[in-house]
Design a protein around this ligand. Sequence first.
Ligand code: MG
Length: 157
Amino acid sequence: MRVGFGYDVHRLIQGRKLVLGGVIIPFEKGLLGYSDADVVLHALCDALLGAAGLGDIGQHFPDTEPRFKGISSMELLARTFQLVRDKGFCINNVDATILAEAPKLDQYRSAMEANIAGVLELEPADVNIKATTMEGLGAIGKGEAIAATCVVTLREK
Ligand code: MG
């Protein structure tokens, strides 16, 4: 079995859609980034790449390439899954934590899990999304950013 860990953070600004785990979430701000800035899926891609020994998301999908501008992170996840599969691995499970002061994310968790399970060809029970606040501490606690961490385990096919 192989373990991979991923982390990502993006700044919250006015005038962007908030997309987390492939779900568009009604909120007054969204995450700034070259793609849709979906921190959950970026942390997940990095965890997958890490577990497979394939480097990181910036190497595979550089933000200097116009073809990745505004791209859905669901598409990045699908491409990452392909890389992991091509290297001869299957995914056992995914466990992610979102660090966000607002909005409340409880009601969106199962939709995120279903999105991710769909792309990664897993059962929804094999994908777990958690959310927590930073208790008002730091940039995330002040509502200036949202971050996500993710752990995945892989096995050889
Ligand atoms: Mg990112």
